[in-house]
Design a protein around this ligand. Sequence first.
Ligand code: MRU
Length: 372
Amino acid sequence: MAYAASFETLRWDAPQAAGSFARLRDGRLVLIDQTLLPGELSHLVCTTPEEDWDAIKRLAVRGAPAIGIAAAYGVCLGIQPLFAEGKTPAREELLAKVGQTAAYLATSRPTAVNLFWALDRMKARAAAEKNASAADIAAALMEEAQRIHDEDRTLCRRIGRFGAELIRDGDTLLTHCNAGALATADYGTALGVFYAAQEEGKKIRVYADETRPLLQGARLTAWELAARGIDVTLICDSMAAMLMRRKKIDAVFVGADRIAANGDVANKIGTYSVAVSARAHGIPFYVAAPFSTFDLTLSDGGQIPIEERDPEEIRRGFGIQTAPDGVKIYNPAFDVTPAGLISGIVTEKGVITPVTAGRIAQFAQKEQGAAG
Ligand code: MRU
């Protein structure tokens, strides 16, 4: 199929509604079904938290920031039935439903902290609406979900501009998995850095790891980079070290699912191998992520929960049997790259380097940087 020039990763759809309460009551969540890309660009409509949970679980919507946004809208879906047919719930009933829906959505995937961060924001917003009616709390929740969504657009552009300063005209870059528009509201973190460099007129080339076993690099990154006119070459994951040895890569940029207080980074399985190879070849390795991806309650990456997925994704990926029935399969979806291998973490507040607990704590307290 032709590359889409532009797309919306996810949106809250309530065309006839006027005002936040009506938008909540009459809306639904529309997502690109990323499991079908690149063959088909089609949308999935979620009208219940269960449908949203399922979309997150099976990676129809994926990438840490996009999961957070989808979960925030999922809370809105959860309280909708309380207002069906003109009903008005009691405030306590509404708050209980918010808590219940958030707890349920939190069970969809364990690693990306943006999921829990967004759900916590929704619960906090509901709790902050003291003495408000149920309808007013619902309106506030709609606004909060929309705010989480809108903020992501701004944050990603800031990350992009800070990260682009690390890229020279003519550089060749490597990325792993998909930390692009499809993983966020619309721009991306690691790929946002490439888009910002491109917007500044720098000519760049990108190698995209295909990213076994679910091929986010091949199916999604190659698709969206090509759609935006970036010179992209797809490689198998096992080829990256050889390219580095041949001096074909100037820098690596990846996203993150959760960053511990000391700077250890959980990201898509295979990221750690890329970081080790980059260090062995003296190539800078950068992580790009918003502050919502930091989990400062964890002192190091050893405490980050790592999702294990269905062995069938490896045995029969995309419906083709590539391993014998009965053979044992281990399928962790993420790994942890130690802070010591990371040259810098590009955030909306600037680039954290060196990556140490002290620097991260300083940045966490800092106001957002000047990049627009
Ligand atoms: O399993 P996925 O596809 O959700 O994994 C996504 C990643 O690992 C991304 O690199 C990460 O979430 C950052 S997205 C800006």
